[in-house]
Design a binder for this molecule. Structure first.
Ligand code: SF4
Ligand code: SF4
Length: 423
């Protein structure tokens, strides 16, 4: 970037999507037939997507792109299925990144944010205990367009269901090969195994192989039955613990309040209760910061009308029981007693942090950052960075919720328009 207020020149890399955006109609035929299935980062790794995809269903413009790290064609394997099925002829494997030079009068920095990495607090077990998740993962589980279509399933159950599917397929294959032995020797595998182990029959190489295969099938069937019995014990998670201030208001990590997490946890708990009336939600907090029009009333309604439980106390540790259910250890400060509570799912309200790469962006535009790595602004001019003509909005300036980000975005657009108009 060069220039100054009213006359900037910005060089931008427009990444290739390998789909011609003037031709793609967003029909999705390519993704339907694409054979490559990968973990979906929009669903926080809890769901799957194809190698040709849209970041999320409501994204605008509704145009697909190819994930070159996983696409078979880009990985030197044989495929080209999307090109064959695309009736609009939109697939373009040869598309290149474009370098654009833009002449602009003002710039708005809208960087977004990163979530605090909860593995930095090992005593909470995130990344180690399967049913300890972060608030964004819970949001995807609760979403009707998410990986579980809004059913709050424990990640350990999702893992087990996946395992049951894979083991079931493997078992079907092994059982088929037993059937071919049975057909050839006109004998059931059970009878064969009894006679073989009793030493009544022998036949060079083939019978030991059949016996081994039979043993493998028996063992796999036993494991599969155990897993199915375990999976049947659980339906959906109805005992939920929300742990506030994970990485926020904690001098080891971020001393600031992330501002939206209290309301987010109350909203998610209310929605979970709305999905399933059996839900019991416990929100562990130092205090609930419900600052905003109608927010305090919403919190009170959560307790009085919906039955949410607000527990004042900072959680010390999360362990798990024999069913992989998280156990919350905490001091209830109102009664000054140390307690533990088993739940189905623990949801960590992780801090909102300035994104990785913000230092590089600041260096590029010459703007200063504040002590928390967000862009520095003046209290009376919260959209203006330290460089005239460069503005910020949303979490580029500080943690904030969606309505505040939207309001800031439109204010930043007005400030940019004023700059261009020379005011
Ligand atoms: S690339 Fe082709 S097949 Fe895929 S969504 Fe676009 S138009 Fe449909
Ligand atoms: S070429 Fe790549 S994106 Fe297209 S169908 Fe094959 S794997 Fe999927």
């Amino acid at each position: 970037m060069t220039g100054s207020k009213g006359d900037f020149t910005v060089t931008v890399r427009k990444k290739a999507r390998y789909v011609n955006e003037n031709l793609c109609t967003g029909c999705g035929a390519c993704a339907e037939k694409c054979p490559t299935i990968v973990s979906d980062d929009y669903d926080m790794g809890l769901g799957k997507r194809k190698a040709i995809y849209r970041h999320y269903a409501q994204g605008i413009p509704s145009i697909f792109c190819i994930d070159t790290d996983h696409c078979r064609t880009f990985q030197g394997k044989k495929c080209g299925v999307c090109e064959k099925v695309c009736q609009a002829k939109a697939i373009d494997y040869k598309q290149q990144d474009q370098i654009l030079e833009l002449k602009v009068g003002a710039i708005i920095l809208a960087t977004g944010y990163d979530l605090f990495d909860a593995t930095r607090i090992p005593e909470y077990g995130y990344g180690r205990l399967p049913n300890v998740i972060n608030a964004m993962e819970f949001e995807r589980l609760l979403s009707a367009s998410g990986p579980t279509e809004g059913h709050v399933e424990r990640p350990s159950d999702l893992r087990d269901h996946h395992l049951i599917g894979t083991m079931g397929k493997g078992l079907k294959k092994s059982t088929k090969s037993l059937a071919s032995y049975e057909k050839k020797h006109k004998m059931s595998s059970d009878d064969f195994y009894k006679q073989f182990t009793a030493g009544n029959i022998s036949d060079g190489d083939e019978f030991p192989k059949w016996a081994k295969q039979y043993e493998n099938v028996q063992e796999a069937t036993k494991k599969l039955d155990e897993l199915k019995a375990k999976a049947e014990k659980f339906d959906i998670a109805t005992r939920l613990a929300f742990i506030q201030c994970v990485g926020s208001r904690d001098f080891r990590f971020n001393k600031y309040c992330s501002s939206y997490c209290c309301m987010h946890s109350i909203k998610e708990a209310m929605m979970a209760k709305d999905h399933d009336a059996r839900t019991e939600a416990y929100i562990f907090n130092m205090d609930l910061r419900t600052v905003g029009k109608g927010f305090e009333e919403y919190k009170v309604r959560g307790a009085e009308d919906v039955g949410l439980h607000y527990i004042r106390g900072r959680v010390a540790e999360i362990t798990q029981d024999e069913n992989e259910n998280p156990v919350i250890w905490y001091e209830e400060t109102t009664s000054q007693t140390v307690k533990s509570m088993p739940v189905d799912l623990a949801v960590l309200a992780v801090a909102c942090e300035a994104p990785k790469g913000i230092e590089k962006m600041a260096e590029l535009v010459g703007a200063e950052l504040d002590e928390n790595r967000f862009f520095k602004t003046h209290p009376l001019q919260p959209l203006d960075t330290t460089v005239p003509g460069i503005f910020v909005c949303g979490c580029a300036q500080a943690p904030m919720d969606i309505p505040e980000s939207v309001a800031q975005a439109s204010s930043a657009a007005s400030r940019a328009a004023e700059t261009i108009a020379g005011k």
